[in-house]
Design a protein around this ligand. Structure first.
Ligand code: ZN
Length: 139
């Protein structure tokens, strides 16, 4: 069985989503295909496609939220790498067994119709890793 199947997207923390959308539209040569607020996370996200890959821009909508704190600490830049999984609960169990620290006890609803869970960057050489499972729209 494949575990972390492929990179689903790369998340980039930005201060000003509109300004960053303009920059990434010029960089990638394509406009974002969706903007979505995830109120529970205190973020507004914007998604771009680049061939088979996706870029997620994240702006904080909450001055105390995780993106605001990340930018205060490290400035703008790559915030997380997200991997696609088929069964997020099975992967969470596997990673716990492997000794990784997970930031979420249970999968939670993320942007772009996904169930997500984060792996603590201390567990992964300073990289915040996101697992994401597509939510079955037919379910
Ligand atoms: Zn993400």
């Amino acid at each position: 069985m494949e575990h972390l199947k492929h990179i689903e997207h790369i998340g980039i923390a930005v201060k000003d989503l509109q300004a960053a959308e303009d920059i990434y539209t010029r960089l990638l040569g394509v406009a974002p295909y969706k903007r979505e607020e995830v109120a529970s996370e205190g973020v507004v996200t914007s998604f771009f496609r680049s061939g088979p890959n996706k870029i997620e821009l994240l702006e904080s909508s909450d001055p105390e939220g995780p993106i605001a704190r990340a930018i205060a600490k490290r400035g703008e830049g790559i915030h997380h790498i997200a991997f696609a999984v088929d069964d997020i609960r099975a992967e969470m169990d596997r990673l716990r067994t492997e000794g990784f620290t997970l930031l979420n006890e249970e999968p939670k609803r993320g942007a772009d119709n996904k169930l997500v869970c984060f792996v603590h960057p201390k567990s992964a050489n300073g990289v915040l890793v996101e697992l994401c499972q597509e939510i079955d729209r037919s379910a």
